[in-house]
Every structure is written in structure tokens, then in C-alpha cells.
Design a protein around this ligand. Structure first.
Ligand SMILES: *[C@@H]1O[C@H](CO)[C@@H](O)[C@H](O)[C@H]1NC(C)=O
Ligand SMILES: *[C@@H]1O[C@H](CO)[C@@H](O)[C@H](O)[C@H]1NC(C)=O
Ligand SMILES: *[C@@H]1O[C@H](CO)[C@@H](O)[C@H](O)[C@H]1NC(C)=O
Ligand SMILES: *[C@@H]1O[C@H](CO)[C@@H](O)[C@H](O)[C@H]1NC(C)=O
Ligand SMILES: *[C@@H]1O[C@H](CO)[C@@H](O)[C@H](O)[C@H]1NC(C)=O
Length: 266
């Protein structure tokens, strides 16, 4: 079955409606968070930012080899998830199989993250493909060793398991730093259905702060979009809930921007 991927551009401006505080739904039970490349016997750990528990690859994939990124790329503030990678020098296609709880899904957000960090000591930046099951998702183009690359897709995946595959296209060895699966409700992102998925191009919160779980109960990543040379930030501590099908978290709507010079536009 051929799946058509739509491109999704989401950016949230300041227009909003102030309503009652809603209780956050805890969707934690269906979360899968893998720190790829952790040693097989390593215990999981709790991520400092999200307080979510990460585990190693065991039980999700049989292929590949574990590596640490090179010491020169490890800074004191680098989150632990970036320290290790799993790479796939053998085989054209290597897949993780994620089996979420039966109660979760079948609509998911899948996020894969990559930081090369010269883990193989070869200083060769790879380009490879990501597939979700049999469907092409994205070409990962690592353009420098230290910049993180994040890919997200929102898709309906029937059948109780989700396969994320790294495909060698002859331009270097595929590798991965971390992989996450987050169940979404069926009503969220109605554009994602059994025949088409959404590839996230950019998801930003106007303001200086990035947002993830727990401020977004689905753990979507909202990157900060702010240029202090042109804009000032407007903040509120009031809960801001807009009723729409994207369930934009209040924390995202609590920040906005305006031009420093009131006679210029944003
Ligand atoms: C990665 O580094 C840790 C120490 O930080 C070490 O124990 C482990 O053996 C290293 N793993 C590999 C695959 O080199
Ligand atoms: C995460 O928190 C632990 C314990 O507070 C601390 O030792 C560690 O340095 C922190 N790591 C990062 C990357 O901030
Ligand atoms: C990968 O990115 C580089 C720039 O960093 C670009 O020149 C090249 O065309 C890209 N390749 C693919 C296959 O997207
Ligand atoms: C998915 O959405 C597209 C566009 O709205 C529509 O053409 C298609 O029929 C939908 N597929 C299903 C299975 O509902
Ligand atoms: C603000 O923008 C207007 C129009 O571009 C310009 O004429 C004016 O000099 C700017 N004011 C400041 C304080 O930069």
C-alpha cells in the first residue's frame, strides 16, 4: 500500500483564547523511549529534562553495533541520549520493532534523533533513508558532526507494532542516537489517517523557550523561535487553551513575540 506523506508546517502565533485550566491526561504508559547504543546490560535512566525513563535497544533490534561518540563532542551539558549511537555497517535495511501497549494507538508520533559525533573515528558524514514500515519517511543528511538532527512523523500504524528502518543507500553507514514513540489520540491530527502520514517539517513556539513533555503531554518537541535583535517576548502565566484539533499546549501559547520597532512587521 502506497502511503502519501503530507508535509506539515506548524507554527503558532500569539492569537489565542483564554479558557479554564484543563487537567493534563497522562499518556506516559504508552511511551517508548530508547537511548540507542547503550551497552546491552546497562540499566535505563531518567532524562534530566523530561524526567522520562530511557532504556537501551535490547528487545527492539538484533542488528548493529554500539558506539560512544568521540570525546571531543561530549560537553558537560550534552544530554546523555547523545553520548551513544547504534550503527549498522552490515545489511541494507535494519529495523527497530516497537510494540506499544495494545491500549495505545493506532496513531503515533515517532521521533528519531541523530548526532554523528565522529563515533567511528572516520570523520565521514553519512546520508541514509528512514522508512516507517515499508513506507519511505525521510532522507537523513548529516551535514556536520556536532549538529543534532531530529526527524518526526505522525502516522496511523495498524497491527500493534511499529517498524522504524534505517536504509543504507550507498552514502555511508546508517546510525541512530535515540528513538521515541508516543501514542496520540485518534482525533489529533485528522490529516494523518490509514492512507497518509504527516512528516513534520518544523514545530515552533514563538518565544525563547523550547517545550516538550510534561508541558506537552504528548511529548511533541516545540523548538524556540526567537530573535532578540528584532523581537521582544511577551509572556503570561495564565493558562491559555485554544480549542482546536492540534491541542497546542498552554505552555506554547503562553509566549509570543512582537517587533522591537513597532513600525516594522514580524
Ligand atoms: C563507552 O564509554 C563508556 C565509559 O564512558 C565505557 O564504559 C564503554 O565501554 C564505552 N563503549 C564503547 C562501545 O566503547
Ligand atoms: C543530569 O542530572 C544529574 C544529576 O543531577 C547530573 O549529575 C548530570 O550532570 C546532569 N546531566 C546533564 C547533561 O545535565
Ligand atoms: C545533503 O546536504 C548537503 C549540504 O549539507 C547537500 O549539498 C546535499 O545535496 C544533500 N544531499 C542529499 C542527498 O540530500
Ligand atoms: C485520508 O485523508 C485523505 C485526505 O483527506 C483522504 O483522501 C483519504 O481518503 C483518507 N483516508 C482514509 C482511510 O480515511
Ligand atoms: C523603525 O522602523 C522604521 C521603518 O522601517 C524606521 O524608519 C525607523 O527608523 C525605525 N526606528 C528605530 C528606532 O529603529
Amino acid at each position: 500500500m502506497a502511503t502519501r506523506w503530507l508535509l506539515l508546517l506548524l507554527s503558532i502565533a500569539e492569537s489565542s483564547v483564554v479558557l479554564q485550566v484543563h487537567g493534563q491526561i497522562d499518556k506516559l504508559a504508552g511511551f517508548i523511549s530508547i537511548d540507542c547504543g547503550l551497552p546491552e546490560n546497562a540499566a535505563g535512566y531518567v532524562d534530566n529534562t523530561t524526567k522520562l525513563r530511557l532504556t537501551g535497544d535490547a528487545g527492539f533490534i538484533d542488528a548493529g553495533t554500539n558506539h560512544n561518540i568521540s570525546a571531543e563532542y561530549i560537553t558537560p551539558r550534552l544530554a546523555r541520549g547523545w553520548h551513544t549511537v547504534r550503527s549498522f555497517p552490515v545489511g541494507e535495511r535494519n529495523c527497530y520493532t516497537l510494540r506499544p501497549l495494545v491500549l495505545a494507538g493506532p496513531k503515533y508520533l515517532v521521533r528519531a534523533m541523530f548526532k554523528y559525533g565522529n563515533y567511528d573515528g572516520l570523520d565521514m558524514l553519512p546520508i541514509f533513508d528512514l522508512h516507517l514500515g515499508v513506507n519511505y519517511w525521510k532522507t537523513v543528511n548529516i551535514s556536520d558532526a556536532s549538529s543534532p538532527v531530529m526527524e518526526e512523523v505522525i502516522a496511523v500504524v495498524p497491527g500493534g507494532s511499529v517498524q522504524v528502518c534505517l536504509v543504507n543507500t550507498g552514502s555511508g553507514t546508517p546510525f541512530i542516537s535515540s528513538l521515541s514513540l508516543r501514542p496520540l489520540t485518534k482525533a489529533l491530527y485528522p490529516q494523518a489517517n490509514a492512507t497518509q502520514g504527516l512528516v513534520v517539517v518544523k514545530r515552533s513556539s514563538f518565544g525563547s523557550k523550547g517545550i516538550r513533555y510534561p508541558d506537552d503531554p504528548y511529548d511533541r518537541t516545540w523548538l524556540p523561535w526567537f530573535d532578540p535583535t528584532q523581537w521582544s517576548e511577551i509572556l503570561t502565566t495564565k493558562s491559555v487553551i485554544k480549542v482546536e484539533s492540534f491541542e497546542v499546549p498552554s505552555a506554547v501559547m503562553q509566549s509570543a513575540i512582537k517587533p522591537l520597532n513597532s513600525s516594522t512587521s514580524i
